[in-house]
Design a protein around this ligand. Sequence first.
Ligand code: IPM
Ligand code: MG
Length: 359
Amino acid sequence: MSDVKKLAILPGDGIGPEVVAEAEKVLKKVEELFGHRFETSRGVFGGIAIDQYGTPLPEDTLAICKEADAVLLGAVGGPKWDNNPKETRPETGLLGIRKALGLFSNIRPAVIFDCLKEASTLKPEVLEGTDLIVVRELTGGSYFGEKFRRETENGQEAVDTCVYNVKEIERIVHQGFQIAQKRRKKLASVDKANVMETSRLWRETVNKIAPQYPDVELEHILVDNCAMQLLRRPASFDVIVTENMFGDILSDEAAMLTGSIGMLASASLGEGSFGLYEPVHGSAPDIAGQGIANPIATILSVALMLKLSFNYQEAGDSIERAVKNVLDAGHRTGDIAVDKSKALGTTAMGDLIVAAMTR
Ligand code: IPM
Ligand code: MG
């Protein structure tokens, strides 16, 4: 019998609660099969928290997260809050929780599921073998630098500052190298060192660290070129490490390569084993409440949590295996179905995955 792990569950907005409900069924099955124990607390976060408490990240929610060993997040946002001022936007809650929990590293794998190759907009021969991870710095850069407006003779002027110090760069770059060491041992460090001072410091820092990882093949690549090479030779990338804004953009591009954003999980990590896990996709307000959302990305986020935060390797594997078996057997939700008339709903997909889990 293992110790009890505390989970903070933040279902959020849109399809968030629907997909999180399926992930919770999977957690229950993990308890049954493996004897692990989870104690869950729910927090209100995102647009729903704005409606109920006037702020996207209420104190209580943050306190629940700080007490927990890991956080599972559904998705936040929706048109209802899109025109709100900055303080009462769901995105502000997302940035706030990342900073408050010290989650400086965002890990987004993009992997082609063989049986879903036809779902991508790219040719299958270009995609063959694509299996990469974007490691994105999450608490620095222009997202968190000073921002302000001022009056000038040409009208209002807006300023976003991009700031990085060596320590911030070092900790994320070490992570990139260490993840690469456990994979195909290739690291692409992405910057804009031909223009940005922060990028020049980034590249210098990467070069200073590189000798500590002689087994990893390092490539420096400019962000514009990387965006191009991701479409031209996606399979040649293993681990990509980059700053916050570049990582935001490239991780969306990488996710789209797979053609199945409803399948991709992500982790945001800090120091130690604590992490926040969430699907890469958003709250999909257009299909919310219809019971048709794909729960697989959230279910795979649970697998990632079990492996990265708790070191429950077998339980994580069992979830991933169950997902693969269900897909191999031809079951699909609407977003990945070729024949939409045969598409399964959210709970039916969750049930099949739970039923397919074995020790
Ligand atoms: C993401 C999102 C967020 C980001 C937005 C919603 C603030 O795009 O998680 O990638 O830019 O980080
Ligand atoms: Mg993004």
